[in-house]
Design a protein around this ligand. Structure first.
Ligand SMILES: *Cc1c(COP(=O)(O)O)cnc(C)c1O
Length: 431
């Protein structure tokens, strides 16, 4: 709709009243969802939200004369953006350990907090953790930071496991970002645009980011975080619609179903794949990490499983993050039971294929995956398994076959090596 899509970010505000209503209501809804006191829609990504949030924390400390508070404690399990943002915000990163269960090591945290008590600026913590666990000592952790004069930044990328059930204010955080392109329905394929608003507690509201042209943010606003006063405002319409259409009950149901779906997969795969971390009650939050390292003894790597999933019609889940050699599965509330079952059937069938492989065997279903249409329809077929096993390993695949268009292209080689693909100048010469 041109009325939404063709408007300039710096149009005089009285000419964009509809946008003002939507943005203000979205801010109000996000503030309520997080349990906080104020929201800024300015940051364009989660990482930018982290930077914005840490800058408000810095401004808060400075306003109290605590200009020396510059230590930011971050658990080893954190997303890479966390330490990067802390450094950008002029802080010094101190890494705290995680224990065998993937939780923050309380003894180590206590020690670090005490050492840095005088200069503690903030803790950055992801809840539920990147390991897919609701850390049960979270309130003790936030209290400990407050007792030493620090503020708590909660990385809200996993809000899909909280909305309507709990919130960052409840666990004692002071500021969080939300990834509207993760939890609130903005599609984020291809790198953008995203929206990473920050929601903050009362004491940080005055410092929410401003804009030199159009007034936004708090009374003592930090400088602009991005070019436009409300960031990627166009895509905010999607999150606005998502929240309004679901309402409080629908949003809470989304959270419940996201958690239920993850635990359903976990249960169906149990005995076939090991889940690396679970909470004390043996449950996952909204995602889980499946350990593929033991399959090395069958000569199978996590990448082989990811590629083979394509033959079964699935885009692979996250590979080797946050732990190398693992798959992180996050079904969300979006998938129905049939789809979850198809995925589990595929994983279980792949497990059987793994058992049939052995170290040194480089010519099997897993190593040759994915199988393209070109391979399967070729006149010659020299693999030690049938075409059907390659391309239609389970009956459901035949009903809606997805054909991968290419096989493997050296995996991460291109990410690590600069390769010039320019055509030589002669090619441009007229014939
Ligand atoms: C995605 C993510 C981020 C970064 O968000 P972007 O929008 O990609 O910048 C930060 N922390 C965690 C835990 C995430 O999953």
């Amino acid at each position: 709709m041109p009325a939404w899509g063709n408007i300039h970010p710096f149009v005089p505000i009285e000419q964009a009243e509809g946008y003002q209503i939507v943005l203000r209501e979205l801010e109000r809804d996000l503030t309520e969802i997080t349990g906080f006191a104020g929201t800024s829609l300015q940051p364009n990504s989660g990482a930018q939200g982290e930077y914005a949030g840490l800058m408000t924390i810095r401004a808060y400390h400075e306003s109290r004369g605590d200009i020396h508070r510059n230590i930011c404690i971050i658990p080893a399990s954190a997303h890479g953006t966390n330490p990067a943002s802390a450094v950008m915000a002029g802080m010094k990163v101190v890494v705290t350990k995680t224990d065998d269960r993937g939780n923050i090591d309380m003894t180590d945290l206590q020690e670090k907090v005490e050492i840095h008590s005088d200069n503690l600026a903030a803790l950055m913590v992801t809840y539920p953790s990147t390991h897919g666990v609701f850390e049960s000592s979270i309130k003790k952790i936030t209290q400990l930071i407050h007792d030493h004069g620090g503020q708590v930044y909660m990385d809200g990328a996993n809000m899909n496991a909280q909305v309507g059930l709990t919130n960052p204010a409840t666990i004692g955080a002071d500021v969080c970002h939300l990834n509207l392109h993760k939890t609130f329905a903005i599609p984020h394929g291809g790198g953008g645009p995203g929206v990473g608003p920050i929601c903050v507690a009362e004491q940080l509201v005055p410092f929410l980011p401003g804009n030199p042209v159009i007034k936004t943010g708090g009374e003592k606003a930090i400088s602009a975080i991005s070019g436009a006063p409300w960031g990627s405002s166009l895509v905010c319409l999607i999150s606005y619609g998502y929240i309004k259409m679901l309402g409080a009950t629908g949003l809470t149901n989304s959270t419940k179903i996201a958690i239920l779906n993850a635990n359903y997969i976990k249960d169906r795969l149990s005995g076939k794949f090991d889940v690396l971390y679970t909470g004390e009650k043996g449950r996952a939050a909204h995602e889980m990490i499946i350990d593929c390292r033991p399959f090395k003894e069958h000569g199978v790597e996590v990448t082989d499983i990811a590629k083979r999933l394509m033959d079964y019609g699935f885009h692979a889940p996250t590979v080797s993050f946050p732990v190398a050699g693992t798959l992180m599965i996050e079904p969300t509330e979006s998938e129905n039971l049939d789809e979850l079952d198809r995925f589990c059937d595929a994983m279980i069938a792949i497990r059987a294929e793994i058992d049939r492989s052995s170290a040194g065997d480089t010519d099997n279903l897993l190593k040759n995956a994915p199988h393209t249409l070109h391979m399967v329809t070729n006149d010659s077929w020299e693999f030690p398994y049938s075409r059907r096993e390659a391309a239609f390993p389970l009956p459901y695949v035949g009903e809606n076959k997805f054909w991968p268009s290419v096989r493997r292209v050296d995996e991460a080689y291109g990410d690590r090596n600069l390769i010039c693909t320019c055509t030589p100048i002669e090619e441009y010469m007229e014939a």
